[in-house]
Structure formats: structure tokens, C-alpha cells
Design a protein around this ligand. Structure first.
Ligand code: ZN
Ligand code: ZN
Length: 786
């Protein structure tokens, strides 16, 4: 065990005789002799609920249906947030999974609609499924005077007229608001004039580029409302993240207050962090050791839990992974009792609703004991109160992890939650630093509405909705927006007149060309070659690296092999195939500094933030077996892609590296390894995926004149990740150093410094050198060694 972190040594050390602790002992008993994959275990104690009386402003007809459903008294946080909203304050409620956040907005909205026949409200959710769920709840409450209806892509045209004219609570999503409501706001005059509340549910999902688009969409909505004299109150619901009010304020452009003191009850949970051991007989890329896979470990655990009679759910990243995990568990169980094997199944997206309900029902009644699933279950499906949840691989954000973990023990019984680390530096860090999982959240929901690449299309949309005044431009995008408007005028898209800026093409609105979930460019469409079926899209920027000819591409958990990529047509032809290997693109990357906005010197260290140009060319790909062994390397001739974006970088002088004990021959490998681990750990402080960001390291960079490590945003103009990295530099690099030193491999492996997206085939990499580099950086930043 990678010592010194307050670890629990052996099963006996977990106190208590709770169900969760018992289950953990059972799971541990199944590990081979002498192996100790448990890095931490603790009982998160039960918490009693704290209730309070109904606010006086809630009318009897709104309160009664809740009381009839068993809500005798609301939880404190629900009322705290509802009171704020009722008083007209913009508020975000950020509490745990299943803490009843909906009531916080339902109370003020329903009360307002019930008492004032002229009031209206708007509800926004990131997914249709969640919106449909919330709408059903509101319908079932049957509050007098409330006419709630959905308005999305699925709403039949004749019904849309009815919704516009008669509904007073409209349930929609950002896409429909952007394409369907704001461009035709004239038809929504009555509704918008009376708008009291805007509800933004699951607002932590609006992050990165999508979040930046939605932030501008909210500013456009507010501007159109103001035109009709309405200034609605915003009520937001968020998973637990760091500083929810700050993120909600950036999202809405308003001062938002936060309610974070969770008053809902919670059953006790035994939480265990688990790191599969390194295998002795297998080696991976460049001879690196390999861990036993999280999937195999999870299958074995699931079998043990079923044997113990526990109703259990395992979250696995891909559909194929879920099926393999269920299969693995069944195989183990069949040896003990063939009947038990029938109690395990796989669950995935794509099942028919009846099939899903059947499976859910079987799990609830105990007819089924173990289910392995993809993230399909995460939002909007009603399974709770299980005995155990096993999460195979950190799902990317703490919010997702706790959402998955929340399926266990919800009804007040105690339960077991296990996080099984995958081969990944962030997973390594988390299983060795339980505070990062169990303490106050560090991860902040990051978005950047000042990105000129996002601003430009929204300013064009806004101008076509209502001509822009100088004040409008400032409100939409601050000072950055003025120069963007000038560019739009130069391109002939906007025209300057005395009253402000006008959209130049009145008959042709800009909205359809703006993809608020993507990069704004034309997406590359995945087409199944033999059926012509369209499967989905990928970002044009990453297409050369992810869907080049020969690439094995996972799409919604299904595996495909790419036959051909036509970038001019924006088409990738694929066929369903699940070969035993994966592919990894090889790239040549070049980065140049365009503008240094901030630069701080700490002796021989400099830390900077600014804009860069990254040029990337895919030159080939490797085929690799799951063991990490490379089968072969195939050259490719792909066009170079150039990206202007934001980056954070640090330089260390040559004498500083020598003083750290690094001879020049080690510099490239040490900097490269430090860069990889830093990219892997950024999601700890910002809600991003490691695929949203990239990096470059070099022993001598022409623009800085020194050995330099760059970490940059992966999208044009950036989505706030480099800025957040710069802001949280100390926490971020401290965790990076810890993740590397916590891994017990001798000289680098995928759990610490190897990266699955390295364009150089993870060569050279110097694990020990990376620690020396980071110590040199952290020492100068005044951070004491861990
Ligand atoms: Zn390692
Ligand atoms: Zn690399």
C-alpha cells in the first residue's frame, strides 16, 4: 500500500457492524492472499434531517398536494432557497443527490402562478428526459391555475401555438430557447412580459464551451425580457461544487446568492477507495507495468456482493464494459450456484422503456441482485435504496460520482460505496487522498462567456433579435464584446446605424448556424457505411485524432472502426466492430505565444497566462492491445490543424533544473511527464474532461527562451480551463506531484505519467524527473512539500 495517508490496514480496521462495513469485509475477503487494494475506508455517518415549517407565503392549495405526498415539513435548505427566490433574490441551491432541490423552485413558482393568473415561468434542463420528469411531477401536483407544458423539438407544431398562448409554466431546454423562442420572441410577447421566474436545473452541467454558450443565451434572454419590461428571478439547482454562487453568477450575469447547508437526511455509508494492484506478468507501453483492470475487479466484487444477498449496482464507462462486467460476475457465480448467475444483468442506454422499467422493477424487488450499467442510469431513472454501488473508474466529476453513489442507501439504510481506480493519474490521486472525495469540493464549474469565438455568434443572434445598443454590447460581453462587434461589422454581418448595430440579413437569421453544444464549426458526422445510418457527430477539431481511417472509436459505449474520413464533406464512414485492440493517434504539435497577459516571476520560475496558437498534425497511429502492448504503427497524411486558444505555462531556467539534480539529457522526459500528469489532474480543480485540454512541453521554447510546460484549452478561444488552472495553480500542481509520487510503479505507467492521448507514444517520460521539476516549481511558489 502506498503508505502514509491514514489508510485502513486490513478489513478488521473498519469499525462498526453496519451493513456497509459487513459488505466491505466480504468484498475484501475475496482478494487474493497478501493483496491489499484498499487505500481508504471510512464510515460516513448518518445525518438526521432538519425540517422547518412551511413559509407563510405558500398558499394552502400549493402546500396541500405536497403534504398529501408525505412532505409533512420541508427540509431547511429547501425553504431557505425558496424564501430567497420569493423575495426576488437570484439564488442557487447546491446540495447533495436526492436532497429535494426541486421543491426550492417549485414553491415560489407554483405559489406565484397560483396567486397571480398573469404570472409565467420558464424551466430549463440540459436533457429532455430530466425536463419530462420534472414536468410530470408538476402535473401530478394538480395545483389550481398552473398550466405547465413542454416546448421542445418533440412538441408537435399545432401544440406549440397552444403552449405559447396558454401555458404559464414552459419546460424547455437551452437548444430550443436559442432556436425556437428568442428568434421569434414577438410571438412570445405575452409570456415574456409576465415572466417571473427562470429555473435552471442541474446548472453544473453548463460548463466549458457549452456553459459559455448558455451563459450568453441567458444574457440574450434577459435582454429580450427587459425589452418587454420583465426582470425575472433566477432560481438554479446545482450538484455540490466549489463556489456555486460564483459559477451561477457567471452563468446568468447576475448576482446570485447560494444555499449550501443540506438539511436532508442521509443513511450511513461505508465508503471505500480501491486501487487494483500492479500485475507482475504483463507489461504495457515502453515496458511500463499495468494494473489489474477496474472492470475485472468490479466483476469480481459484484459477484461477492450478490453472494452476500446485497442488491448492487456497478457503474462502468462503456456499454461493452458493462456487458463484460456482468458476464464476468455471472461466470464467478455460476461456479457457486448456477441459479445465482441469473440474478446478474447488464443495463444500458438504448433499451426500450418497457425493458428499462422491467429491469428497474426486478432490481427493486430483489429478483435481480446485481446490475452493471453505463452512465445511462445517472439522470432521471428511479433506482434508489440499494445495498451497494461500485463505481469502476472516477466518472470525471465529483458531482457524477456522488450522483452514482447516491443510488445506495437512500432510504435511510446504510450501504457500501466503492470507487475502483482506473489506470489514470486523477484516479490514483483520489484513492490516495480521500479528502478530495469526501471533504469540501475543490472542483469549480468553469465557463468563459468572454471567449470571442463564442461571443461573436451570440452578438449576431442578439442583434437579429433586437438591434444592439452600446449598453447591450457591454452587458452581453463587457469590453471584449466591442471589438467583436467591430469585426462583425467588418465582415458585413452587422451594420452600424444611429440607433446601434443591426443584423444585415433580415430574412436570414443567424441562429441555425450556431451550435451551442459544439465548437461553432461544422461537426463531422459519423455514418455507418452499410446502412447509411447517422450515428452522431464529433468535433471537427479533434476528428483527425479520433476518427482517422483505422481508428477504433467508442460512440455511446459502442465500438466502431473508421473506414474513411472526409474532412471536406464532414463525414466519417464507420462500421460496427469491436476488435481486441485500441488505437492511439500520433501527432506533431507546435505552440507559439501570441500574447502574454500575465506573468509572475518567482526567481528562476515564471508562471504566465495568455493566448497561444497551437498547430497540430496527426502523422500516424498505433494499434495497442488492452495489455498496453503495441501491435504496429501506421503512417497517416492528415492536414495540420491550427487553434488559437488560451494557455497557462511555466518556465524554469536551466540553472534551476541543474540545481534540481537534472542533467540536460533528462529535461525532455521530466517536463513531458510533469505535463501529462498535470493534464490528468486539472479536472480536480475545474469541471473538465482531460480531452477538453492539451499540453506541450519542451526543453527549449523559442518564445520563452527556457524549458517550458504549456497546458492549453482544447477549443478556439478557450473555455476557461487555462484561466482556472492559473488561478488554482498551487493546489493543482501539488496534487499533480502527489499523484506521481503515490504511484508505486518504478518508472511511469498509465496511473501516473503515461497519457492515453499522447501524440508521442509516451516517449520520452521520466517519472522521477517530473517529481524533481514539480518540487522545483512548488518550492519557488512557497508550497511546503507534502
Ligand atoms: Zn505509475
Ligand atoms: Zn505526451
Amino acid at each position: 500500500m502506498g503508505g502514509g495517508h491514514g489508510l485502513v490496514d486490513g478489513p478488521a480496521a473498519l469499525p462498526g457492524d453496519t451493513r456497509g462495513a459487513q459488505l466491505l469485509r466480504r468484498v475484501l475477503a475475496g482478494t487474493p492472499e497478501g493483496e491489499s487494494p484498499l487505500t481508504h475506508a471510512e464510515i460516513v455517518p448518518a445525518r438526521d434531517g432538519r425540517t422547518t415549517g412551511w413559509p407563510e407565503w405558500v398558499p394552502e392549495s400549493v402546500r396541500a398536494p405536497f403534504v398529501a405526498r408525505g412532505v409533512e415539513r420541508p427540509w431547511k435548505h429547501q425553504v431557505a432557497a425558496a424564501d430567497r427566490a420569493w423575495a426576488g433574490e437570484h439564488v442557487v441551491v447546491s446540495t447533495g443527490t436526492a436532497s429535494g432541490k426541486s421543491l426550492a423552485y417549485q414553491l415560489p413558482v407554483l405559489s406565484s402562478l397560483h396567486t397571480d393568473p398573469r404570472a409565467t415561468a420558464l424551466y430549463l434542463s440540459p436533457t429532455k428526459a430530466l425536463g419530462a420528469d420534472q414536468l410530470r411531477t408538476v402535473h401530478d401536483l394538480r395545483v389550481d391555475g398552473v398550466r405547465a407544458a413542454s416546448y421542445d423539438g418533440d412538441t408537435p407544431i399545432p401544440e406549440r401555438d397552444w403552449v405559447r398562448q396558454h401555458a404559464n409554466w414552459v419546460f424547455t431546454n437551452p437548444d430550443m430557447l436559442h432556436r425556437g423562442v428568442l428568434p421569434r420572441h414577438g410571438r412570445w410577447t405575452t409570456f415574456l412580459r409576465r415572466l417571473r421566474y427562470v429555473v435552471i436545473d442541474e446548472c453544473h452541467t453548463y460548463r466549458g464551451l457549452f456553459g459559455s454558450h448558455v451563459a450568453l443565451l441567458m444574457r440574450r434572454l434577459r435582454r429580450v425580457c427587459a425589452r418587454y419590461g420583465a426582470h425575472p428571478t433566477f432560481v438554479l439547482a446545482s450538484a455540490t461544487v466549489s463556489e456555486p454562487a460564483a459559477s451561477a453568477s457567471v452563468l446568468t450575469g447576475l448576482d446570485v446568492v447560494e444555499v449550501t447547508d443540506d438539511g436532508s437526511p442521509r443513511g450511513a455509508r461505508a465508503v471505500a477507495l480501491w486501487e487494483p494492484p500492479l500485475l507482475e506478468e504483463v507489461t504495457g507501453e515502453n515496458g511500463a507495468p499495468v494494473r489489474r483492470s477496474a472492470g475485472a475487479e468490479t466483476a469480481r466484487m459484484l459477484a461477492d456482493l450478490v453472494l452476500e444477498g446485497a442488491r448492487s449496482l456497478a457503474f462502468v464507462r462503456s456499454r461493452r464494459g458493462a456487458e463484460l462486467t456482468a458476464l464476468g460476475a455471472r461466470r464467478v457465480l455460476a461456479e457457486v450456484d448456477p441459479e445465482l448467475a441469473g440474478q446478474v444483468a447488464a443495463y444500458r442506454a438504448g433499451y426500450l422503456p418497457e425493458e428499462r422499467r422491467e429491469l428497474e422493477q426486478a432490481l427493486l424487488t430483489g429478483a435481480l441482485r446485481g446490475v452493471a450499467t453505463t452512465n445511462a442510469l445517472e439522470l432521471g431513472v428511479d433506482i434508489a435504496g440499494l445495498d451497494a454501488v461500485v463505481v469502476a473508474g472516477f466518472p470525471g466529476t465529483r458531482a457524477s460520482f456522488w450522483q452514482q453513489a447516491g443510488r445506495a442507501g437512500r432510504s435511510g439504510d446504510d450501504a457500501l460505496v466503492v470507487l475502483v481506480a482506473r489506470d489514470d493519474p486523477l484516479d490514483t490521486y483520489l484513492v490516495h487522498h480521500p479528502q478530495a472525495m469526501l471533504g469540501a469540493p475543490l472542483e469549480r464549474c468553469v465557463l468563459d462567456p468572454t471567449n470571442p469565438y463564442v461571443l461573436a455568434p451570440h452578438l449576431a443572434c442578439a442583434a437579429s433579435e433586437i438591434p444592439l445598443t452600446r449598453d447591450d454590447v457591454a452587458a452581453l460581453g463587457g469590453t471584449a464584446a466591442l471589438s467583436v462587434v467591430d469585426d462583425l461589422v467588418a465582415e458585413g454581418l452587422l451594420r452600424r446605424r444611429r440607433g446601434g448595430w443591426f443584423w444585415s440579413h433580415p430574412t436570414d437569421r443567424p441562429h441555425a448556424g450556431v451550435d451551442i453544444r459544439g465548437s461553432g464549426g461544422e461537426q463531422v458526422v459519423l455514418v455507418e457505411s452499410d446502412t447509411g445510418r447517422m450515428l452522431g457527430t464529433v468535433d471537427p477539431g479533434t476528428a483527425p485524432a479520433t476518427v482517422h481511417p483505422g481508428a477504433v472509436h467508442l460512440h455511446q459505449g459502442e465500438s466502431y472502426v473508421v473506414d474513411a474520413l472526409d474532412l471536406d464533406e464532414g463525414l466519417a464512414h464507420v462500421h460496427a466492430e469491436d476488435p481486441e485492440w485500441t488505437t492511439q493517434a500520433r501527432t506533431v504539435i507546435d505552440i507559439s505565444v501570441e500574447e502574454t497577459e500575465q506573468c509572475a516571476g518567482y526567481g528562476e520560475l515564471q508562471v504566465c497566462l495568455g493566448s497561444v496558437e497551437v498547430t497540430e498534425q496527426v502523422v500516424g497511429y498505433l494499434r495497442k492491445l488492452p495489455s498496453g502492448r503495441v501491435l504496429d504503427s501506421t503512417p497517416l497524411d492528415m492536414p495540420a490543424r491550427s487553434l488559437r486558444t488560451r494557455a497557462v505555462w511555466y518556465t524554469l531556467s536551466e540553472p534551476a533544473l541543474l540545481a534540481a539534480g537534472l542533467v540536460p539529457a533528462r529535461w525532455p522526459g521530466a517536463l513531458h511527464a510533469a505535463e501529462h500528469a498535470a493534464i490528468g489532474l486539472l479536472p480536480l480543480v475545474a469541471t473538465c474532461d482531460r480531452w477538453d485540454i492539451g499540453g506541450v512541453s519542451t526543453a527549449l521554447h523559442p518564445d520563452t527562451g527556457h524549458p517550458t510546460v504549456f497546458v492549453h484549452d482544447g477549443h478556439p478561444g478557450g473555455a476557461g480551463f487555462a484561466d482556472r488552472a492559473h488561478e488554482a495553480l498551487r493546489e493543482w500542481l501539488t496534487a499533480t506531484r502527489a499523484a506521481i509520487s503515490d504511484c508505486e510503479c518504478p518508472s511511469g505507467c498509465p496511473s501516473c505519467v503515461q497519457s492515453p492521448k499522447c501524440g508521442n507514444g509516451n516517449d520520452p517520460l521520466d517519472k522521477a524527473g517530473a517529481i524533481l521539476v514539480l518540487d522545483a516549481v512548488l518550492g519557488r511558489l512557497g508550497v511546503a512539500p507534502d
